[in-house]
Design a protein around this ligand. Structure first.
Ligand SMILES: [Zn+2]
Length: 304
């Protein structure tokens, strides 16, 4: 049950990733001891080693910077490349067809976020896949205010659920058990991502509805963790989610003008976010129940 991760995707590593440049390393000039004159031999050696390490670090920094600058040009390659690696990884446990379908469903979900981010005027990377953790996109921010954050957050499950629904219809039309199982898992991962805790999509929606729900969602993770037998993903969400909830809550409590402006949402808009959020949960639960029943009933759904 490896969802669209939560984690990376929607950002713990996203906006917070410091991009190190060569300059941020302190590089002693080669041959010049950073320790001064006396007791030359040992210090000179140590200084030389340090200088070497510094140069290496600087080179590595420059290399990293180059790689980061190159990333946008390689984005299709990284999306396709990481998708293939993920399909291969999931194939170790499932058949390759199911693995491929699963990665496509993750892609559709992530593209929901990407499309909405672009509509908000925020540049976003195309999705990258992380085996067993899901998928990630990278963006500078998730919107200028809580309402935009909720729109970006909900766009993933909206498109992702539509994708799973298309697979469900295809399953009924073709009578394919594989597609039916895929649709079920598709509904499940989208529902899972609606848990009202950061950094999941449901937590993004809560920013515009009721941020205190982050704590409810956090508490709800504990029974979920037990249900999934201490899954590594839940563990990551507990750590990153806990950190992010705490950080944002503290920031919010400063009651600065900036924070107040960020969380100001008109009641009409709050109601719209709530309607989409709850509507998605109901639709996904129905979708799961339906595909589950169909699957347990064998092929009898052909007569439906
Ligand atoms: Zn998402």
């Amino acid at each position: 049950m490896d969802g669209d991760l939560p984690v990376v995707s929607e950002s713990p590593f996203g906006p917070d990733v410091p991009v190190r440049t060569g300059r941020s390393f302190d590089v002693p000039v080669a041959g010049e001891s950073p320790f001064g004159e006396p007791r030359r031999s040992l210090r000179k050696k140590a200084g030389g080693a340090l200088a070497g390490a510094g140069l290496l670090a600087a080179k590595f920094g420059a290399y990293l910077k180059g790689a980061v600058l190159l990333l946008p040009k390689l984005k299709l390659l990284t999306t396709a490349g990481t998708a293939l690696v993920s399909v291969a990884a999931y194939s170790l446990f499932w058949g390759w067809q199911f693995a491929a379908g699963f990665v496509v469903l993750l892609f559709v979900h992530e593209m929901g976020h990407v499309i909405q981010l672009r509509r908000e005027g925020i540049k976003a990377s195309t999705p990258m896949f992380i085996p067993f953790l899901g998928a990630a996109i990278f963006a500078r921010s998730l919107g200028d205010n809580a309402l935009a954050e909720a729109r970006v957050g909900l766009a993933g499950p909206v498109l992702g659920s539509l994708g799973a629904a298309v697979v469900a219809v295809a399953a009924v039309v073709t009578g394919s058990d594989l597609l039916l199982a895929l649709a079920y898992v598709g509904f499940l991962i989208n529902l899972f991502n609606l848990l009202p805790v950061l950094p999941l999509d449901g937590g993004r929606a809560m920013a515009a509805m009721a941020p205190w729900m982050w704590f409810v969602g956090f508490a709800a993770l504990i029974p979920v963790a037990i249900f999934f037998h201490g899954s590594f993903i839940i563990f990551l969400i507990l750590i990153f989610g806990g950190r992010e909830v705490w950080r944002r809550w503290k920031l919010r409590k400063t009651r600065s003008l900036e924070q107040a402006a960020y969380y100001r949402v008109a009641p009409r808009h709050r109601a719209m976010v709530a309607a989409v959020y709850l509507g998605l949960i109901v639709a996904l639960a129905l979708g799961m129940a339906e595909t589950h029943i169909l699957a347990s009933a064998g092929h009898s759904f052909r007569s439906l």
